[in-house]
Design a protein around this ligand. Structure first.
Ligand SMILES: Cc1ncc(C[n+]2csc(CCOP(=O)(O)OP(=O)(O)O)c2C)c(N)n1
Ligand SMILES: [Mg+2]
Length: 279
């Protein structure tokens, strides 16, 4: 089996991928007039940094056994995973238009049967347990790939996440990386109204993790933070990413509630125009 190239592209190239991922997200949601657009826009920089920089993977062989695993714990963020997989060439861009349609492989909550998708999502709070198990399994078999688990601040409100955090630290799973999207919101509203989770980084440290905090919408912070996770260190790592729901499209960012977005046909054109103005 051929080995994929491991070059890490420059920041401006990553920014182009992030912008394309956002374009794909808008295109996908425009198809049905709805979707988890805010999350797709908010996490685009993180997925660009992973899929086009940090992760070892080969789009031509999505099941390559030595690939780093990306586990999307937040199934409802599937829109950004599909967008990144299309940008990487794992999925065909034309298929993106089927997002959320009956019979489509691109469900609004991701399924492991879709190429490039490692786990089925939907029931929140389970991703970190799966990731910890995979990282432990990899170590037991002598494999060297890493496991990246993407989770949300809403999932920090679930007890299972902290059981998995405790287990991963106990097992010293230093090839496990958690990436937490702290966008300060969940389905029922802002975290300060529903259930506060701060101080997020200190909670992880108390559970035995090495934690860094970055602006998750700034590649110049994300990329070096991800690079530090390559060092072996006897602790699992977490990158706490502070993001904005809808980042790059003011029409979405300014909505009072943007957990699930329905947008009128004429507003999609304006959303696209706004995205093109993003540097
Ligand atoms: C176990 C479980 N409980 C509740 C839900 C319903 N639910 C779907 S999305 C969501 C919000 C989770 O928080 P977060 O991912 O931070 O939301 P976002 O930032 O996307 O608004 C909830 C509670 C679920 N999918 N799974
Ligand atoms: Mg959230």
């Amino acid at each position: 089996m051929t080995k994929p190239r491991l070059e890490r592209p420059a920041l401006d190239q990553l920014a182009r991928h992030a912008k394309n991922i956002r374009r794909h997200v808008l295109r996908m949601a425009a198809g049905r007039g709805q979707g988890y657009v805010g999350q797709g826009l908010d996490a685009a920089d993180i997925l660009a940094a992973l899929y086009f920089g940090e992760m070892r993977h080969d789009p031509a062989q999505p099941d390559w056994p030595e690939r780093d695993r990306f586990l999307l714990s937040t199934g409802h963020y599937s829109i950004v995973l599909f967008a990144a997989l299309a940008e990487a060439g794992v999925l065909n861009e034309a298929e993106l238009d089927t997002y959320g349609a009956d019979g489509s492989r691109l469900e609004m909550s991701s399924l492991e049967t879709t190429p490039g998708v490692e786990i089925t999502g939907g029931s929140l709070g389970h991703g970190l347990s799966l990731a910890a198990g995979m990282a432990l399994g990899a170590r037991l078999t002598g494999a060297t790939h890493r496991v990246f688990n993407f989770l949300s601040d809403g999932e920090l409100q679930e007890g299972a996440t902290w059981e998995a955090a405790m287990f991963a630290a106990h097992q010293r799973l230093d090839r496990l990386v958690a990436i937490v999207d702290v966008n300060r919101t969940q389905a029922d509203g802002p975290l300060e109204d529903v259930l506060e989770v701060e101080p997020v980084a200190d909670k992880w440290r108390a559970f035995g993790w090495q934690a860094v905090e970055v602006n998750g919408n700034d590649l110049s912070e994300l990329v070096p933070a991800l690079a530090t996770t390559r060092r072996r260190g006897r602790k699992p790592r977490v990158i706490v990413c502070h993001t904005r729901l809808g980042y790059g499209v003011p029409l979405i960012m300014e909505r009072e509630r943007a957990h699930f977005v329905r947008v009128e046909a004429d507003e999609w054109d304006e959303a696209s125009r706004q995205l093109e103005r993003l540097a």
